[in-house]
Design a binder for this molecule. Structure first.
Ligand code: LP5
Ligand code: MN
Length: 263
């Protein structure tokens, strides 16, 4: 390797983007992989963006009483205390995360979508579920459960009852998804165009679809880049996972489950 190549590689990481970990106590290897990611890669960056579905589900901030949830919050807080700024965009599983969790984890809640300018790049960030507009049943469900009044009513129920209801919705969702095509559950091209137009950006990073990719849309001046994050699952024979990093030279890099860069 020449000195020049070495310098190219040595660019410091300014931000990391990750989503769809679906953390739960019953997935110890996935949990361990996230804790290791926090202590190594995340601790060495300036900003960490958690882009939705970090938890399998979130029933309300009073569920921080569950030791597993507190452990995750503590681990994120530890990275924050090392000087890393941490940001959170809600997913369709954990949109009930509120200021209580944000304070416990030392992170800042952002709206979806959110635009950042960092290392000379302007990037739109989203979970990705709002762009799945062909999935009419989901969009109707989403419109209902994202209403503040509806959420307040739900959060007023005892925690055990909320968890039972969520388990019911999860079952319903799993059954419904078996009858949906892959296309219906992917983002809609028009909704993506609209997001680019609305945010005035040319680069988007999102998750949700579990279809990791880099899509080049359009040509020349009109070119747009859509980065899709992978979901994580380490409690299986062939682990899935990974993240995206932004280095100080303004380059975005895709990383796989073992952290290696994807070409
Ligand atoms: O999550 P995933 O990958 O399975 O599928 C999603 C969409 N499903 C969901 C539901 C979540 O899995 C579970 C929600 C947890 C929320 C926690 C808080 C709940 C608070 C409620 C009040 C404020 O997001 C799925 C999409 C898929 O992504 C791909 O985009 O297709 O959408 C659906 O499955 C929606 C169904 O089509 C319709 C769901 C109707 C639910 C009916 C409720 C039944 C209530 C039973 C109560 C016992
Ligand atoms: Mn999701």
């Amino acid at each position: 390797m020449t000195d020049f190549q070495f310098m190219q590689k040595a660019q410091p990481t300014v931000a990391l983007f990750v989503s769809d970990l679906h953390l739960q106590a019953s997935l110890p290897r996935t949990t361990a992989a996230f804790l290791a990611f926090l202590q190594t890669h995340a601790a060495r960056t300036q900003q960490l963006y958690l882009l939705g579905d970090i938890f399998e589900y979130w029933a309300g901030d009073d569920d921080l009483a569950t030791p597993y949830n507190q452990q995750i919050a503590d681990a994120i807080q530890a990275v924050h205390k090392q000087g890393v700024a941490i940001f959170w965009i809600a997913g369709n599983r954990d949109f009930l995360v509120g200021q209580g969790f944000a304070d416990a984890a030392g992170l800042v809640l952002l709206d979806d979508p959110h635009v950042i300018t960092l290392a000379g790049r302007t990037i739109a960030l989203a979970h990705g579920d709002a762009q799945c507009t062909d999935d009419h049943a989901y969009m109707a469900f989403r419109a209902q459960v994202r209403q503040p009044a509806y959420q307040q009513q739900f959060l007023a129920m005892p925690l055990a009852q909320r968890k039972a209801i969520i388990e019911g919705i999860r079952k319903n969702s799993q059954d419904a998804n078996q009858n949906k095509t892959v296309e219906i559950m992917d983002v809609n091209a028009g909704a993506i165009d609209q997001l680019f137009a609305q945010t005035g950006t040319r680069v988007l990073i999102h998750g949700h679809t579990h279809r990791p990719a880099l899509h080049h849309l359009g040509d020349g001046e009109a070119q747009r880049l859509r980065y899709v994050l992978p979901d994580w699952e380490y409690d299986v024979e062939t682990p899935r996972g990974g993240w995206i990093s932004l280095t100080a030279d303004g380059v975005l890099h895709r990383h796989g489950a073992d952290g290696a860069e994807i070409g």
